[in-house]
Each structure stands twice: as structure tokens, then as C-alpha cells.
Design a protein around this ligand. Structure first.
Ligand code: ADA
Length: 598
């Protein structure tokens, strides 16, 4: 039975209601068992004193390359972005943040930034600590021997993009400037853990601890436990500087992680007088012909593309609204999410906990062949992948790493793609490596990747103005089938399905552009197609919510410069498309019996 017959039956039988809330009631207060900075769903340490540096910071825009903090213009909330405030709505350029804070006892300070967009320089008490380029990813500075008492932190941020940045200028989302994810300071011991990865293979856990030693070589106690049970104890010599400590542990009869059963384990490493917690999941991921198999079962993705974007908060969405997005996705029947860049760790914690697969990607969006041939761009893509894998290795929800999105002619950069695929595999051999391509084209680079990812729409994205043409739909389906004909043994995911803009609340009897009906039909037909073909492993609708786009993108095909293809509007009110997609996902998720009936 084809899915479309199923749809008409389902529609005539009933109109699905939104299921009641699927996540436990929101906990609005964070207690000691959780992260005081609200940047994770669990507490990351019991040994370190942590100082939350969120709150009001002094702020000034402009002032070129000056090394000194200028006269403050106002105060801004951190984490936040200046482009969420009317006065700096469209401001792109250098800007300064400053705050004072108290260190309760003398010690070594670790200053951690969840993300600063896009280029930053940091000073503590007038001393330059360093520079970091690239948004959406964390970085940290260590300052040994800091005195007890008041200190001043200054951060210079620049959100201007160019042809040589990652992402590039004119990208189809807004380059919000600011310190847009949590900032905190920690007092660390001379020997401390920078991070650790738990890499499961069956019941064996390979553990890699990145240790730092600010003093001379030292012998340190090392202990590893899972869910409170100690699985490994040893003594290790820790050399000065950064070093990696590796060992193996065995976890008896591990429960597997999957979207339906998101079983998680909590892991703790104690090194000398420091400790760190993480969570991990055990799952078996492989491909077999066109199938993606998770724990031996076929995986079909039903998801949405999500930008970190909100009209009031820009890219600095607060925890309770991040949680609300997860809730909406679950209610929609989604089991997957995709993003053009690294989403906050808190969002990934929710994905792990509630069973949403994450399709990860470097923000190498629509780079031309010329750009890809630049060693500088290649280096930036690689270092973004490195930092993203370092941060996210432990999340069982992550299924794929994409090198980038919609490079217009990727075959012109075949050797570059090959080099990047090899490098990405070396960084993380436990995920599928991909490159997202735009439209239904057969590319030679598809042979290099583990899963073919295609952004595809049943009808055109921006035209025609009033009709959804059946012939056009059949042609784009035929084009898509050519990819399968050329690569009959590779899995294919439709990473973007859709899409059409709609003005929330504007309805029309016919399929008139900008109406909710027009969008709903567009997205629904693409989603049906993705889930009705045996050789396609599902996909993600474009997109989750309406988003603000780059100032340069006031295209004729755009509503007031925003990307209005969200199935919910910018404030997350559902559009008609959400209910249609929900019906498709719920229907497709029902088990198929031996004779094909559901
Ligand atoms: C592409 C791109 C998206 C978005 C979309 C659109 O598929 O990958 O980021 O720009 O087009 O809305 O046009």
C-alpha cells in the first residue's frame, strides 16, 4: 500500500490531535544536582568552585582596533546578542563587553566561553589571554595563580563576516553578534581534566582523558565510574602541559540508546583532586546497502532543521525556550533534528535524553569552488570539525557529521572533499560522514561519503507563484531517483524537505504563495515522498521555525527579509504545516505488518 492511500484513509478517519505534553513538567529552578550555569542538563563537577559570569555587562559598540575599553554606552545581558536590542538591531562590527567579578579564593582560573560570535579577544585585568575565531563552539583560557578578590574581564567581539570566514558573508541566517552562550570561571587544581570521551564498542568502553598539568610531572590517582559504580582505578604519571590518558573499561550488558529507548549512562572521571561528569549512550551504528541500521534496526529519519534563533533572544535562546523547542519537536512526532552549525550543548543533552537524532554540520554553507580551493577555508572547516567533535563526541544522539552544505559544484573540489572526509573519519570513526548537496544532482563526490544527503523539494522552492504543478513534482522525483540509480547501495537522507515561505495567520482558499495552505502542501508532499520510498532513509523538513536572515538577503522571494519556511512561526506558534507534517510522521512511524499494511 502506498503511503498516499494511507494518508487519505487517515485523513478521512480522523484529524489527529496534538498529544499531551511528552516531556516531564519543566523544572524552572536548577538545584545542586544540575549545572549552576544552566548550560547542561547535569552537573559537570563536584570538585571545582564555579562562578557564573552571566548577567549584566557594560557594553560599547565600535572603536576600531583600540586596545582599551571605551566609554560604556549601555549594559547588555549575557548570554545574549546586541542585535536583539533595538539600538544595535543591524549593527555589525567591533564591540566591547566588560564586567567585574569576585574570586572567592586564590587559585588557577579557567575561564570558559560557550560561544562568542564571531571573533573575540579576551583580557583579564588588562592582560590579553588570547583570540578565538568561530561561533557556536566553546573555548577556554587558563590563568594560573589568580588572587582572591575583584577582577575585570574585557571581551572584544566582532561579528563581521567575509568571503574568508566560516560561515561566509550573506549566509541565510542572521550573524548575531555577542557573547551568546554561558560564560563562567572555575578554580581548578594544578592537575585537572580538560575533557574526557567515552567511546563504546559493544560492552567495551574506550576512555580518553585530556589532562592538563600546570606544575611539574606528578603522580595522580585516576578513577572512572559509570552510574556510580567504579570500573577502573589506577595511578598515572601526568606530564606538564596537555596529555592524553587512555584506558579501557567493561560495562556489563549495556542497555542500548535509540530514539525509542534513549538509555543514557552517567560517567565520572576523577584525576588527582579534580573530577568531571559526562553522559554517554551505547549504540551500534552501521549501514547496509541503502539502510542505516541502529542497533540492527532500520532507521528512518523524521525531523526538522533548526536554527538557534528567536525574535527576542537572537541566537542566545534561554534554557526554558530551548526545552520548549524540544517539546514541540517531540509533539510533532520528530525523531531527528539537523542544524547548519553546532547547537548548544543543552539542546544536545535534551536530544540524548528524549531520543532525537542529531545531524551535525560545519557552517561551510554554499562555498564556491574558489573558496574551497583556499587553504585558509579548508583549515577553518577542519578546525571547526575538530572543535565540534571534541565538544560533542559523547552525545549518542549525533548520527552524522557533514562537512558543509550545498557547495554549488562539489565535483570541482573532489580532492578537497576527499581530504576532508578522511580527516573527519580520523576525528570520529563512530559517526557517518557526509556532505549535504543541494537539489537532486548526481555527483561523483557521493562515492566518497557514507550517506548521501540531499536538500530536495517536490516543487520549486521560490516559484511558481500560485500553483503546485504535478508534472514538476514528478520531474523532481525522477531526478532524485537518478541518484539511487547511480548509487543503488548507498543510504540517502533528504536533509532539507520542503519548503515554502508562509506568513503565519494568512490563509487562502487556493494554493496561493505566502499562504499557510501553500506552505503546508509543499512541505507535506515532500515529506510524504521521503517516507514512502524504500531506498530513502527519511529526512528533515525545512525548517522548524521562521528565522531572521542576513541583512543582505531581502530577496524578492522573501517575506520582510526573514526566512518564513518555519512550520512554527518565529515565536513558535504552530502553522498549518506543523499539523500536516505531524500527521505524516505519526502515520509513517506506525509499524508495517508483513503484508505491508499499517
Ligand atoms: C537551502 C539552504 C538553507 C536555506 C534554504 C532556503 O536549502 O540550505 O539554509 O537557505 O535553502 O530557505 O532557501
Amino acid at each position: 500500500m502506498s503511503l498516499c492511500c494511507g494518508l487519505s484513509a487517515a485523513l478521512s478517519a480522523q484529524v489527529l490531535e496534538m498529544p499531551p505534553s511528552v516531556l516531564p513538567v519543566t523544572k524552572m529552578t536548577w538545584d545542586d544536582g544540575q549545572d549552576p550555569m544552566r548550560s547542561r542538563l547535569f552537573r559537570t563537577t563536584t570538585c571545582r568552585t564555579q562562578i557564573d559570569l552571566g548577567g549584566w555587562w557594560e557594553f560599547a559598540s565600535g572603536h576600531g582596533d583600540s586596545q582599551d575599553f571605551p566609554q560604556p554606552e549601555t549594559t547588555l545581558w549575557v548570554p545574549g546578542t546586541w542585535n536583539s536590542v533595538a539600538r544595535y538591531w543591524n549593527y555589525a562590527g567591533p564591540a566591547w563587553y566588560r564586567r567585574r567579578f569576585e574570586v572567592p579564593s586564590a587559585g588557577n582560573l579557567r575561564l570558559s566561553f560557550g560561544s562568542v560570535f564571531h571573533l573575540s579577544k579576551v583580557w583579564l585585568d588588562g592582560k590579553l589571554l588570547g583570540e578565538h575565531e568561530g561561533g557556536y563552539l566553546p573555548f577556554a583560557y587558563i590563568v594560573p595563580g589568580v588572587n582572591k578578590g575583584a577582577h575585570t574581564l574585557v571581551v572584544r567581539v566582532d561579528n563581521r563576516l567575509s568571503d574568508r570566514t566560516l560561515p561566509k558573508k550573506n549566509v541565510d541566517w542572521f550573524p548575531y553578534g555577542g557573547i551568546d552562550r554561558p560564560v563562567y570561571a572555575e578554580i581548578v587544581q594544578p592537575v585537572f581534566i580538560e575533557r574526557f570521551h567515552v567511546i563504546p564498542a559493544g560492552n567495551r568502553l574506550a576512555v580518553k582523558v585530556l589532562a592538563r598539568n600546570l606544575g611539574p610531572e606528578a603522580e595522580a590517582g585516576l578513577a572512572f565510574s559509570v552510574d556510580g559504580k567504579e570500573l577502573y582505578v589506577a595511578k598515572r604519571r601526568i606530564s606538564p602541559g596537555a596529555s592524553t590518558v587512555e584506558f579501557e573499561a567493561v560495562l556489563n550488558k549495556p542497555r542500548r540508546w535509540s530514539p525509542r529507548s534513549p538509555n543514557l549512562y552517567s560517567a565520572r572521571v576523577v584525576l588527582d583532586r579534580d573530577d568531571q561528569f559526562t553522559r554517554f549512550g551505547v549504540r551500534d551504528l552501521r549501514t547496509e546497502g541503502t539502510r542505516i541500521l541502529l542497533n540492527g534496526e532500520r532507521l528512518r529519519l523524521m525531523g526538522a532543521n533548526r536554527h538557534e534563533d528567536h525574535p527576542d533572544w537572537g541566537s542566545a535562546i534561554p534554557p526554558h525556550l530551548i526545552r520548549q523547542d524540544v517539546e514541540i519537536l517531540k509533539r510533532m512526532g520528530a525523531n531527528a533534528v539537523r542544524a547548519h552549525y553546532a547547537l548548544p550543548e543543552l539542546f544536545l543533552d535534551y536530544c540524548d535524553q528524549y531520543g532525537l537524532i542529531m545531524l551535525g554540520e560545519a557552517p561551510a554553507w554554499q562555498y564556491s569552488s574558489d573558496q574551497l580551493h583556499s587553504p585558509e577555508i579548508q583549515r577553518k572547516i577542519l578546525s571547526y570539525l575538530e572543535e565540534m567533535v571534541a565538544r560533542d563526541m559523547n552525545h549518542p544522539s549525533i548520527l552524522t557529521w557533514s562537512l558543509g552544505n550545498e557547495w554549488p559544484n562539489p565535483d570541482n573540489s573532489y580532492d578537497i572533499v576527499r581530504g576532508l572526509v578522511e580527516a573527519a573519519r580520523k576525528l570520529d570513526g563512530t559517526r557517518l560522514i557526509t556532505l549535504v548537496t543541494g537539489g537532486a544532482h548526481v555527483w561523483r563526490v557521493h562515492e566518497l561519503i557514507d550517506v548521501i544527503s540531499v536538500n530536495w523539494a517536490r516543487y520549486q522552492w521560490y516559484d511558481p507563484f500560485t500553483t503546485l504543478d504535478r508534472e514538476e513534482g514528478d520531474k523532481s522525483a525522477a531526478d532524485l531517483n537518478q541518484i539511487h540509480a547511480r548509487y543503488p547501495n548507498k543510504p540517502v537522507i533528504l536533509t532539507e524537505l520542503g519548503g515554502a515561505e508562509s506568513q503565519a495567520g494568512w490563509h487562502n482558499w487556493g494554493n496561493v504563495k505566502w499562504s499557510e495552505e501553500f506552505q503546508a502542501k509543499n512541505v507535506e508532499d515532500s515529506a510524504w515522498y521521503a517516507l514512502d520510498q524504500d531506498w530513502i532513509s527519511g529526512g528533515c523538513v525545512w525548517q522548524f521555525c521562521d528565522t531572521r536572515s542576513a541583512p543582505e538577503r531581502f530577496l524578492a522571494g522573501r517575506l520582510h527579509g526573514w526566512n518564513g519556511k518555519g512550520v512554527v512561526d518565529a515565536y513558535r506558534s504552530p502553522k498549518l504545516a506543523l499539523y500536516r507534517v505531524q500527521q505524516v510522521f505519526h502515520w509513517a512511524a506506525e509499524p508495517v505488518s508483513a503484508n505491508g499494511a499499517r
